[in-house]
Design a protein around this ligand. Structure first.
Ligand code: PEP
Ligand code: MN
Length: 289
């Protein structure tokens, strides 16, 4: 066989392999077998999905060491067991604050060490996975990236738990298939987060889909938490939506809290101050831990 023919044959074999559809497991990896089937996701020493709901709280964005430390100490005293804070921010407008990037990750790490709170932060691109994984305990996939399949595939290979937010225009099935990419890659430490879907009322940033959240829980063994902050866009609605989510069986909440919401560089209108967050925590319908 000539060299050219051999090359063509090799290409053909490669193409044949690519044309064959990936092997499907008999059941979806995200599917819930029965009522007792529940995955517990561990973030540091915190268990999500183990029966006791958890509260993740902190600012939308890390803005400074002082801001994050004040938020972390405040939310910890109020009973939150995980800290949130964005370093890489997916903003609708390129002219809005985009996050402090690496410096924010270093602040998150320092504040986590000082307070003992494990931290969750968003990763927006495959090239940032390593640096984000090196500095935080849980990687968030934001709503806008729910179907970024390159990102999902790579997160299947990391040894960090993933918080997968639902895209505001995704069906529950599409959301679970996005999680399936991560599980198919070998990482079963995935928590789903309902954060509101797009609707028609401009008074609300999004519409909290409580039915979709409950449906997801019936379909998958993965924990499902609620984000009342992005779901409403209004801090005055956050406590009631938090209570509703927990009463409906959410495995936890992720809540935006800022020491001075009116000065926040992102999402101030939906951020609670520490005092109001502490009051909300006193009034939840279930014990959190
Ligand atoms: C966030 O958590 O600050 C965020 C950007 O959330 P979402 O991806 O749900 O909009
Ligand atoms: Mn936010």
């Amino acid at each position: 066989m000539s060299d050219a023919a051999a090359v063509l044959e090799a290409v053909e074999v490669g193409l044949e392999k690519k044309r064959s559809v990936p092997e499907k497991p008999p059941e979806r990896l995200t599917a819930r077998r029965d009522a007792a089937h529940a995955t517990v996701v561990r973030v540091g020493d915190v268990a999500i999905g183990g029966g006791v709901p958890v509260v993740i709280a902190g600012p939308c964005s890390v803005e400074s060491r002082e801001q994050l430390l004040a938020a972390a100490q405040g939310v910890k005293a109020a009973g939150a067991t995980l800290l949130r804070g964005g370093a890489y921010k997916p903003r609708t407008s390129p002219y809005d604050f985009q996050g402090l990037g690496l410096e924010a990750l270093l602040i998150l790490r320092e504040v986590s060490e000082r307070t003992g709170l494990p931290v969750v932060s968003e990763v927006m691109s495959t090239e940032d996975i390593e640096v984000v994984s090196d500095n935080v305990d849980m990687l968030q996939v934001g709503a806008r990236n729910m179907q970024n399949f390159a990102l999902l595939r790579r997160l299947g290979k990391v040894r960090r738990p993933v918080l997968l937010k639902r895209n505001p225009a995704a069906t529950v099935k599409e959301w679970l298939l996005a999680a399936e990419y991560i599980l198919a890659g070998g990482n079963d430490q995935v928590v789903l987060c309902e954060r509101g879907i797009r609707s028609y009322d401009p008074e609300l940033r999004n519409t909290f889909d409580i039915g979709g959240m409950v449906l997801a829980k019936t379909m998958t063994h993965l924990p499902v938490i609620a984000d009342p902050s992005h779901a409403t866009g209004r801090r005055d609605l956050v406590p009631a939506v938090s209570r509703a989510a927990l009463a409906a069986g959410a495995d936890g909440l992720i809540v935006e809290v800022h020491p001075h919401p009116d000065r926040a560089l992102s999402d101030g209108a939906q951020s609670l101050n520490i005092e109001d967050f502490a009051a909300m925590m006193q009034d939840l319908p279930v014990t959190v831990g």
